[in-house]
Design a protein around this ligand. Structure first.
Ligand code: NAD
Length: 308
């Protein structure tokens, strides 16, 4: 693969585009909103700084070119990465627009966070050349990418995406069943449901919960995954704790009032100056920069750790 089109330049698109360009690919980037294109251009130097700190050296020939139309972006593309909002009708519109613009060998992937790939496949005219390629945010820093086949995905399509991820020096994780949310988000949402419930029930304050998770299990999980953790802790220990604890855990199927109340009040998080916590615009910017800095430092430490 030499040429990749990234469609949608919001939270995810710019980091994906820049990471692919670092790997020597010619990336064409498109968004329907001019201001999003301008924002993406402004972000590229910051993203490049993080990639430099990660020690990811630029491969020859790689570049990001911004285009003014979808047709220009996907012309001669070997791969199209769709990064538009998580709404089936918006994604379907992009897939319809690709008809007649892409060649017979072009692969198309969606960065959907959890819409089943078989559902999205209903809206594309070449479903065998379509699969899920789910990056994690921030995509230029997190190395793991989920690859998901739908019912009509040809095995060669997913294989080509896995090969591309490996060539970039990133970590493909193949998901065997096309379940909603795939795996990363199912685990995250299970954790968030319990965390929100504990805060809502007054068991713990939000700040204390964040300390508990980040410096307890969060810190540990970046070194040893949950399945290996079972072995380290002992399956007998899990068996006895789970025998009374599983039934205590939140199993609510609706969304907790803690969230719906804030959403109704337009307290959406960083973008509105507050959600769980309050943020000044300066603090919001600082937090994003701090997150990137710390993620780079942690990744470097994990990659350099002594295998013994
Ligand atoms: P976003 O809303 O920040 O950005 C989407 C961009 O798509 C916007 O800039 C919008 O102008 C553009 N767009 C809308 N319609 C378009 C069209 N027809 N053609 C071209 N551009 C169009 O969204 P995001 O957070 O970057 O998410 C994109 C996808 O990636 C979603 O499917 C999301 O679920 C997934 N994802 C998001 C995250 C995350 O943390 N934000 C993580 C992993 C995956």
């Amino acid at each position: 693969m030499k040429r990749v089109a990234v469609i949608g330049l919001g939270t995810m698109g710019p980091g994906i585009a820049q990471r692919l360009a670092r790997g020597g690919l010619v990336v064409t980037a498109f968004d329907t909103q001019d201001d999003q294109i301008e924002k993406a251009k402004a972000m590229l130097p910051l993203i490049a700084g993080a990639l430099d700190r990660l020690g990811i050296t630029p491969q020859p020939g790689g570049e990001v070119r911004f285009t003014a139309s979808l047709a220009d972006a996907v012309k001669d593309a070997d791969l199209v990465i769709e990064n538009v909002p998580e709404k089936i009708e918006i994604k379907a519109e992009v897939y319809r627009a690709l008809d007649g613009l892409i060649g017979p060998n072009t692969l198309v992937v969606s960065d959907t966070s959890g819409i089943p790939i078989s559902t999205l496949q209903e809206h594309i005219s070449h479903p065998e050349r379509f699969c899920g390629m789910h990056w994690s945010n921030p995509p230029h820093i997190i190395p793991m990418i989920e690859v998901i086949s739908g019912a009509k995905t040809a095995p060669e399509t997913a294989e080509a995406i896995v090969a591309l991820i490996e060539e970039l020096g990133l970590l493909p994780v193949v998901i065997n069943k096309d379940v909603p949310g795939f795996v990363e988000n199912r685990i995250l949402y299970a954790l968030l449901r319990e965390a929100i419930d504990l805060v809502e029930e007054g068991v713990i304050a939000p700040e204390a919960l964040d300390t508990c998770v980040s410096w307890g299990i969060g810190y540990k999980l970046s070194v040893i995954g949950p399945m290996a953790l079972l072995d380290v802790a002992g399956l007998d220990i899990y068996h006895s704790v789970a025998s009374f604890l599983n039934r205590e855990l939140s199993a609510r199927a609706d969304i907790a009032p803690f969230i719906t109340k804030r959403v109704d009040e337009k307290r959406l998080g960083l973008k509105t100056g507050g959600g769980v916590y309050a943020y000044t615009p300066e603090r919001a910017k600082e937090l994003i920069a701090e997150r990137a800095r710390k993620l780079v430092a942690v990744r470097r430490a994990l990659e350099e750790r002594d295998p013994s």
